[in-house]
Write a protein that binds this ligand. Structure first.
Ligand SMILES: Nc1nc2c(ncn2[C@@H]2O[C@H](COP(=O)(O)OP(=O)(O)O)[C@@H](O)[C@H]2O)c(=O)[nH]1
Ligand SMILES: [Mg+2]
Length: 232
């Protein structure tokens, strides 16, 4: 059989991504893609978010990277379901194959962590509603210029590990200018899981942007865009 061209693969991926999003909408699940380079702090911010989440909110995660089977334990220990996918190039098709493992109707929030590799950014729509681009203060400030697809497809950027800022040459203004050049108006939130900084701001941002107002009036309203997702 003739191998698919790159365009055919992306078209097929995007069709499946639409089917995923339809299923998430039908079950009133907000799907949040969390993407960034390896070691940028993605699992750490997901853990920090889950530890602040109101227990009434049904949440789960898909963790996609070559060592994901070890990383899922970091999510499970917070009491949430997490499914590993051993891949460094996540596709909507792989997400779809994983969905039967979740009871979507019990979920409000599905976090999908995957690795961004600027050299192979092929299938990128996973069927999510919101994409969080993750960059780290341990990286170089100007390197964001190489992360074009990550930034342009993100709805928010988290700059992680900001507790390191006094120790490294990373310039926050240079980083923000790089982000603005790629996608003017995109918000950047600074986070540090070590200092517990920025996590509540991120959670509030998510609460505000979740497309959860699609719940019907008869359905149980676990949350709405202005409801609190986190507990104090
Ligand atoms: N200093 C500092 N290190 C962090 C922070 N968040 C994560 N890390 C460290 O960065 C490394 C990679 O984190 P991880 O969450 O596994 O990254 P992932 O590969 O993007 O999921 C680990 O050694 C973490 O302890 C942070 O806020 N500050
Ligand atoms: Mg991870």
């Amino acid at each position: 059989m003739k191998p698919l061209t790159s365009k055919e693969r992306i078209d097929a991926n995007n069709l499946i991504a639409q089917a995923n999003r339809k299923d998430f909408d039908a079950a009133h699940v907000t799907a949040v893609s969390v993407v960034g380079p390896a070691d940028s702090g993605k699992t750490s911010i997901i853990e920090a978010l889950l530890s602040r989440l109101d227990p009434k909110i049904g949440a789960a995660a898909i963790i996609a990277n070559p060592t994901a089977d070890r990383e899922v334990s970091r999510i499970i220990r917070h009491g949430y379901q997490a499914v590993p996918l051993l891949t460094d190039n996540l596709t909507a098709i792989q997400v779809r194959e994983t969905l039967p493992r979740f009871d979507l109707h019990q979920l409000d929030l599905l976090l999908i962590e995957s690795v961004y590799d600027p050299l192979s950014p092929v299938e990128f729509d996973l069927g999510h509603h919101i994409r969080i681009g993750v960059c780290s203060a341990a990286d170089q400030d100007a390197k964001v210029a190489e992360y074009q697809l990550l930034i342009t497809t993100s709805d928010l950027v988290l700059l992680t590990k900001t507790d390191l800022l006094p120790l490294v040459t990373f310039n926050f203004d240079v980083f923000c200018q790089g982000v603005q050049r790629l996608k003017p108006g995109l918000d950047v939130i600074q986070t540090s899981v070590h200092r517990n900084q920025g996590i509540d701001t991120w959670l509030k941002w998510l609460e505000f942007h979740a497309p959860s107002n699609k719940r019907t009036s008869s359905a149980p309203r676990l949350f709405h865009p202005f409801a609190k997702w986190f507990h104090n």
